[in-house]
Design a protein around this ligand. Sequence first.
Ligand SMILES: Nc1ncnc2c1ncn2[C@@H]1O[C@H](COP(=O)(O)OP(=O)(O)OP(=O)(O)O)[C@@H](O)[C@H]1O
Length: 412
Amino acid sequence: MVGVKPTDQQYPQGLVGFILCAYPAPRTLPHRRQLREYEFVCATEQMRSQWMNAIRQALQGHPIQPQQAVRPRHLQVLVNPKGGRRQAKQVFQSIQPILEDAHCQVSILETQGGEGTIQAVRDFDLSAIDGFVVVGGDGTVYELINGLMTHGDAEVAIAKPIGIIPAGTGNGLGKTILDLSQETYDPSNAAFIIAKGQYQPINLGVVKQDGKEYYSILSLAWALISDIDIKSNKLRFLKFLGSLRSDLYAFLSILALRSYRGRISFLPAPDWPPSPDTPQPDLLAEPQPADIETSTASAWQVLEGEFIALWVMNVAWATHSVLAAPHARLADGYMDVLIIRKGITRWRLLTAFLKIATGEHLLIPEMEYYKVRCLHLEPLSSEGLLAVDGEQIKYRSVEMNVLANHAQVFCR
Ligand SMILES: Nc1ncnc2c1ncn2[C@@H]1O[C@H](COP(=O)(O)OP(=O)(O)OP(=O)(O)O)[C@@H](O)[C@H]1O
């Protein structure tokens, strides 16, 4: 009786009956309406199971095919345990669930560095790989690209999309991709882009020197820039500095400023610089073949003299905090070139350095900016450094050409 409101016929008589009826039923015990709903659910459940049995009988001899399972994407992951703050393994563990939730299966390779990594990439069985993921910095991407381009089946290898989880020091390519995908600079956002699975073409640079070829996805640097890139590696043991390492070295190099003699020849884009009326281009739009053909028709330019810096950029961001080439597009068939000649004051250079995170360094008149199809550098100073994607190459004449839309990166 307690907890279930009695019907009229069941009302007990007198004072006891009045108290029992006025006393509200405890919520934990079923109310009569709830009981009726329960009975209804039981009845419909019974009907449902009867219908299902009827359908099963009708379909006997006509088994239903199980739904085709979505094939998981197989990603070959390259983790550089020595990149950046040496946190790449932990970074990958933290984002792995994002890839797994997106039906990605991963195989992990810990890189050895240099030729060891390039050879390991050449040995990959491509039939089992849908894409690559680099957990490291631009140096590891460079090794991956060079391994793919010299793979026995290079055409198939370089067509596989590449994703970047930034775990190096600079991570210029990772930052460029995150920026184009309108995501903030963070490993989980980078994993999210890979999980989404969309990819875009990207130019590659081919650097030729002494009959050898190197493939670049980021940059060719000479003078002040390569000095900072290569010499700041000496401070790598100061792990806590992270990317501040190159900022510190840049500041010291500007104080002890020196110039380098050389000859820079290049084939500029015919429509550069654009007139102020030209609408802003879509940064991911593929180039029209006509754009590339007309560029070869334009005349070579030759600059000879003393230079402070040469930076040939394939993408916009040189590091996650250096927007060196704000006009660079992923697949426009051009490289963006920043040249600083001797004559700029230390103060102006320092101002440019402080503004480079937003691309406003280009407002300083001494910054010369070109878009080029190919470039030839002949260093005329006896000593100096040259770097491709932050990796040192021999200090002698070098040529760089664009391979338009040659690789693919997970982006957007
Ligand atoms: N197991 C390893 N031991 C020693 N060096 C390695 C190993 N694996 C990779 N390397 C080297 O580490 C160097 C740096 O790699 P990476 O570019 O990934 O990081 P980073 O230099 O910190 O980042 P960024 O290039 O973006 O500034 C590369 O030259 C690579 O050859």
